[in-house]
Design a protein around this ligand. Sequence first.
Ligand code: ZN
Length: 234
Amino acid sequence: MSENRSGCMLVVTPHPGDIELGIGGLVAKTTKEGKDVVFVVCTDASKGTSIVNMKPGVMSAVREKEQLDAASILGVREVVFLHHPDLGLENVPDLTREILALVLKYRPQVVVTCDPTLKYLSNPDHRAVGRAVIDAVWPFAMAVNAYPELREKDETHRVDEILLWQPAEPDYYYDITDTFETKLAAFKAHKTQAGDPMRPDFAKKFRDSAINDAKDRGYELGEKVHRIKIPEIL
Ligand SMILES: [Zn+2]
């Protein structure tokens, strides 16, 4: 059943916390403009810790709560959890289909995810999600005969653009001067990742990177993406 959420921004992340780090300023800016943003969290985040005594089930529950808190700070009302095993997305054969179903349900104007093309130190979940999201948007969402069981009345959907955060090749920048503090507060909600209280070097890193992403652009703090315009036809 498709919901009339046309024009929303759909943000698909492998793990809790990645969105806030990569694109939290843009998300806060988008909700501030009154637009709907929906988060999709693909894994249960059960392995994202070096704390020896943290059991996977406990870790998942804690991180899910942290993600809901962060979303609320950013003005995001809806978070979908897919609960796949952490560090296991490369072994999920239907990930593209699952994301396609969400694209057809929410009919977003913009889809945001992580860059699957990073070299070296590239998390396998990030490669799997980035690839599956791009494939789901183009060509699958526009290919009426692919997964017909997901479509009502042969519906297709064309997303305007995909944005990749922490891009290997940045080519577009956003002014997040007004929402930088919200981005920081949202990341702070991920206490298992940021520290409690937040490690002071993190705040400095965030600011330095935002200053760098605004350099020579006429604003104070920025965020970078790689932007993919989706063609009108397959
Ligand atoms: Zn991640």
